[in-house]
Design a protein around this ligand. Structure first.
Ligand SMILES: [Zn+2]
Length: 479
């Protein structure tokens, strides 16, 4: 038996030690190596031994990672395995936890290139609102499959799709879920609740519709490890206070987190201040929400008081550094948040506001932006960025993932130690964040199953994915 299992708290999230809450809290050992000999043979379904395994903040040789029923059940020295154990050697491979893309809009991968180099409102109106009428269930399915396959290739093992083109039901949501299941990527579908009447009708629902449909979808999906549903009131500008309150209450009812875009652009902070006389997080507090279940996205335009409140109430943040740069929003005060004890994860955001879908890229961008902002190269080291895209993102999603440790999801990426972008080999953890290119990612494992090998998803070939993409968009006019 595993000596340590992940502790679930009542708010459906990992307990504090699993979150990235400060520079000094990351990558500390939380479990001692587990004696693999304690396992019974019938529980062993796969035992991985990479040349080096990222474990407790170090790359360790000769470490056996034992997987059963989609979870890691033991980590320990190969020498302690039973003689009869069947070991899968991964020579010249680095085994890392898979990355978690904690914020994305999969359909936006179809719109890459359409609204580039525009201000936020032009981008939104031209790309999102302009193409929403074309988003049939089939188009959404093809877009999700394309987006998720490209993410697998970038080493993403879990994606949170913040999805809002419901078109009066859950069929489109189910199409996203189907795409994820086909490819074998783990999915959190943050089912968006949207009632601002300036948005396309496909996004809009009454509060009762949004709550009822989100609850229905949760009931369909909540009993497995691969698909998770949580409510997601869109933002302070696109969900009414009553809708936001309903989303938070539903998170309490379903024992999930709830996601919401907050303070992405300066205009939103200014609007809240003008209308309510409050800063963004104080305004959310004034609505009486269960803030400890809140995962906010972006958080660019927050005051120090907001940040302190986030730390006190365990409001978690998904930071999307490249998207914030792409749309000219600004730089989130990441160091202040870490100092305040805020759990921080990383997201790529949509494929038409980045325009990449790699969490490894977000780690690099995050670190570089903080070094630039503070004119100090030491303020955010590679190890902190790596933790943000793994354990930190897992905390923002409330999932037992992001580390190689007993009890957690068996989600990994295997990197080619001989790839030029990981050479020379002095500090692989630095190279992974600052130097690695996607060619180094040779195998992706989700729930113990290999879902990508040598650039290709194991379940659906690229020809089918790209063929579906072309067919779905064949009648779109040239931009
Ligand atoms: Zn977003």
């Amino acid at each position: 038996m595993a000596r340590h299992r992940s502790a679930r708290t009542t708010n459906g999230s990992l307990s504090a030690p699993d979150a990235v809450s400060s520079e000094h809290a990351v990558m500390l050992p939380t479990t001692a190596p587990q004696s693999a000999s304690a396992l019974t043979a019938e529980r062993q379904t796969r035992i991985l031994v990479a040349e080096r395994t990222w474990y407790a903040g170090r790359f360790e040789p000769e470490l056996a990672v034992t997987i059963a029923d989609g979870r890691i059940v033991a980590v320990g020295p190969v020498s302690e395995l039973p003689a009869a154990a069947v070991v899968e050697r991964l020579p010249r491979r680095l085994l890392l936890p898979g990355t978690l893309n904690a914020h994305n809009h999969s359909f936006q991968s179809l719109l890459r290139g359409i609204g580039d180099d525009c201000d936020f409102f032009t981008w939104r109106d031209r790309a999102l609102y302009g193409y929403t009428p074309r988003m049939t269930t089939e188009v959404i399915y093809q877009g999700a499959r394309f987006a998720f396959a490209e993410m697998l290739r970038a080493g993403v093992t879990t994606v949170c799709d913040f999805f809002y083109i419901h078109s009066g039901g859950n069929e489109n949501d189910r199409a996203v879920i189907r795409a994820a299941r086909e490819l074998g990527i783990r999915l959190v579908l943050a089912r968006t609740m949207y009632d601002w009447d300036g948005a396309p009708p496909q996004y809009r629902e009454t509060i009762d519709e949004a709550v009822g449909r989100t609850r229905d979808l949760w009931r369909e999906c909540h009993d497995g490890d691969m698909t998770h549903i949580c409510p997601a009131p869109h933002s302070p500008h696109a969900a009414s206070p009553a809708m936001i309150q309903a989303g938070a209450a539903l998170a309490v009812e379903l024992d999930t987190r709830f996601h919401m875009h907050v303070a992405e652009g300066r205009y939103e902070r200014d609007t809240i201040r003008a209308q309510w006389g409050l800063t963004p997080i104080r305004w959310l507090e004034s609505l009486g929400l269960a803030l400890e279940r809140a995962t906010i996205i972006h958080g660019v335009w927050l005051e120090q008081d907001d940040i302190q409140l986030m730390g006190e109430r365990d409001v978690r943040l998904v930071y999307c550094p490249a998207s914030n740069g792409f749309l000219g929003d600004g730089v989130t005060p990441v160091l202040d948040m870490l100092a305040a004890g805020v759990a921080l994860g990383l997201g790529s955001d949509g494929g038409c506001s980045n325009n990449r879908v790699s969490v490894f890229d977000e780690m690099r961008t995050c670190a570089l932006l903080q070094k630039i902002t503070h004119l100090d190269a030491s303020v955010l080291p590679a190890e902190t960025a790596l933790a943000m895209g793994t354990t930190g993102s897992a905390a923002t999603l409330g999932l037992p993932a992001g580390r190689i440790a007993p009890g957690l999801y068996a989600d990994f990426v295997a990197l080619d130690m001989d790839d030029p972008s990981l050479q020379p080999p002095w500090r692989y953890e630095k190279n992974v964040v600052y130097a690695m290119t996607p060619q180094a990612i040779r195998e992706v494992i989700v729930g113990g199953r290999t879902v990508l090998r040598d650039d290709t998803p194991t379940s659906v070939p690229w020809s089918e994915i790209l063929g579906g993409l072309r067919a779905a968009t064949s009648d779109w006019p040239a931009v």
